[in-house]
Design a binder for this molecule. Structure first.
Ligand SMILES: Nc1ncnc2c1ncn2[C@@H]1O[C@H](COP(=O)(O)OP(=O)(O)OP(=O)(O)O)[C@@H](O)[C@H]1O
Length: 286
């Protein structure tokens, strides 16, 4: 076997019928519409997304849309962290790991993801490859965190908070090539929670309405307010609207798609049903 080959998944046997069309995390995620009414699709593979904005800006709803896409992808495992529990909690049955308001559990979980990440890099090294591909036997992992600040600044003590922040940063920095995607939200876009060195690791950044121009710049990047882009200009009654920026791009005004709780429950139940809760790589690495 050529060492640069990917490991192919076995072909689907002829006597099985796939349930539904089946998405892949290699397919872009439908995010919403832009100001011209055009659909906005976001490629998430090999990328991370940071979502910021004031309370009620629509951050959790956007995160739910991304988790919803991933939940319908048989090639993604879900690792969800939600200090409030109810923001991502509807996906619990479809998730490999669900972390509630428990900083120790959050740290254990990120350490497991870190171990998986290291193992995958060792695998790539042994195959003389740089990144995983669509046909690799191991699936991708979505680490979704609703309210970074809960784990990095509120729960636990300074030591555990710093450990959480360091683990998250490492996963955001190194996870991309091995199929580990981070989608993280914060209602506290301040430089202590999102230092520029962390923000700049996120290929995608979405700033929902922010209470001031400085907060908007903390999500989008320094200088965008001065160039006429501030999410402080968004109408507070227009939840789900925000500026989306890709690395190297300019901010685009986007109205995010919205799933009601009923929609989420339907999709989450379906996703849970289609998933097998067998040996989890995250769990096995512990
Ligand atoms: N894309 C959207 N379209 C229409 N309404 C939306 C959209 N996103 C959010 N909303 C409305 O705004 C409300 C608040 O949204 P959401 O809970 O996502 O905000 P948040 O920024 O996560 O708030 P918090 O920081 O308090 O958790 C939702 O319950 C919903 O009614």
């Amino acid at each position: 076997m050529d060492l640069t080959d990917t490991i192919e998944l076995p072909a689907t046997s002829a006597d099985t019928v796939p349930v539904g069309a089946g998405l892949s995390i290699f397919d872009p995620v439908f995010l919403g519409i832009d100001e011209f009414g055009q659909a906005v699709y976001l490629p998430m593979i090999y990328r991370n997304i940071l979502i910021g904005g004031e309370p009620g800006a629509g951050k959790s709803s956007l995160l739910n849309t991304i988790v919803g896409h991933a939940a319908l992808c048989p090639d993604v495992r879900l690792c969800l962290l939600d200090g409030k529990q109810v923001e991502l909690g509807l996906w619990q049955d479809a998730a490999d790991v669900f972390v509630g308001p428990d900083i120790e559990h959050a740290i254990r979980t990120l350490r497991r993801v870190q171990t998986v990440m290291d193992n995958r890099y060792s695998f790539l090294m042994s195959r003389r490859r740089r990144k995983i591909g669509r046909n690799d036997v191991f699936g991708q992992i979505l680490v979704a965190c609703d309210e970074i600040a809960y784990f990095s600044a509120t729960a636990g003590d300074k030591k555990t908070q710093e450990l959480f922040a360091a683990l998250l940063r490492d996963i955001v920095a190194r996870g991309r090539a091995v199929g580990i995607i981070v989608a993280a939200a914060t209602q506290r876009p301040s430089s202590d929670i999102i230092p520029p060195s962390l923000r700049d690791l996120f290929a995608w950044r979405f700033a929902g309405r922010c209470t001031n121009d400085v907060s908007s710049d903390i999500i989008l990047g320094h200088g965008w307010y001065a160039r006429g882009f501030s999410s402080n200009t968004i109408d507070p009654n227009n939840q789900g609207e925000g500026f989306l920026i890709a690395e190297g791009g300019i901010p685009n005004r986007v109205k995010a798609a919205y799933m009601s709780d009923t929609d989420i429950i339907r999709v989450a139940d379906y996703a849970a049903w289609t998933r097998r809760h067998d040996s989890s790589e995250i769990g096995a690495a512990a």
